[in-house]
Design a protein around this ligand. Structure first.
Ligand code: ADP
Length: 257
């Protein structure tokens, strides 16, 4: 199976920590040069320093993906330093959401759409011309367990991730013709800071509804992203690949805390 990414350059958004960091590490271990982006400049630099030890070229470039001008500048610098971006992983995400009836939902919807949808759009727009010119590219978007059936009490996040799934499906049809594959990876609940605040009751409900009985490790997800970024998956396009252990979504788990 062709998983070697030597000679390729990847941009992973939100890769200062969590699943983004694990993904950037996995891509580097498979030979890719990697651009580490995060809104948090400290973790972006730290992760870039760690990845440099794997012997690939890397650069930490802090930027808010929802800021179009900042993304353009980041991609310009990234291309100057590491060459044309061949692989884009839209991972940057926010967890802030709450029930429709309780939330100042205008702000929450704006934030979720800004980061999950417009962030991915800005990054895709900034790299796509180069990919089309090369006639080859891989874009992997992080959707979520939330696109399996929605997860109640969190509509802004549901909508943010469903919109990214819609973008994935649509761009796969248009860009596939240009040699650019667009797919999604849909993690279940993973051992990142997202689940750190869960109460024991919530954790128990989630794990009771997971056939594998555990959260995903960031590396479980990263390995699947590496597959979607590699030549081994060249005939996969417009697909959402779930990495959730067969998790059954829980509609109202936040109610039972
Ligand atoms: P997970 O790994 O579960 O997806 P994390 O919260 O650990 O969740 O990781 C998401 C990453 O995305 C964080 O490092 C966060 O700083 C980053 N991030 C959040 N918003 C933005 C943004 N607007 N631009 C770039 N990175 C962002």
């Amino acid at each position: 199976m062709q998983l070697d990414l030597t000679g390729k350059t990847a941009l992973v958004t939100g890769s200062g920590r969590g699943m983004g960091k694990a993904t950037a590490t996995e891509l580097a271990e498979n030979g890719a040069d990697v651009v580490i982006n995060d809104i948090d400049d400290e973790v972006a630099e730290e992760t870039a320093t760690e990845i440099a030890e794997l012997g690939v070229d890397t650069v930490g470039l802090p930027a808010d993906v929802s800021d179009e001008a900042a993304v353009e500048a980041m991609v310009e610098t990234a291309t100057e330093e590491l060459g044309q971006i061949d692989i884009l992983v839209n991972n940057a995400g926010v967890g802030d959401a709450g029930p429709f009836l309780d939330e100042q939902y205008d702000d929450t919807f704006d934030l979720n759409l800004d980061v999950h949808l417009y962030g991915a759009l800005n990054c895709t727009r900034a790299v796509v011309d180069g990919m089309v010119e090369e006639g080859y590219g891989k874009i992997v978007n992080f959707t979520s367990i939330h696109t399996k059936n929605g997860v109640g009490m969190s509509p802004a996040y549901d909508v943010g991730k469903y919109s990214l799934l819609g973008l994935t499906k649509s761009l796969a049809l248009e860009l596939g013709r240009e040699g650019v594959r667009v797919n999604a990876v849909a993690p279940g609940w993973a051992n990142t800071r997202m689940v750190e605040g869960f109460s024991d009751a919530v954790t128990e409900q989630i794990l009771d509804n997971n056939p594998l009985g555990r959260f995903a490790e960031p590396e479980d997800v990263a390995q699947v992203v590496a597959f979607l970024a590699a030549p081994a998956s060249d005939y996969v396009n417009g697909h959402e690949l779930r990495v959730d252990g067969g998790q059954v979504p829980i509609d109202s788990w936040r109610l039972d805390t």
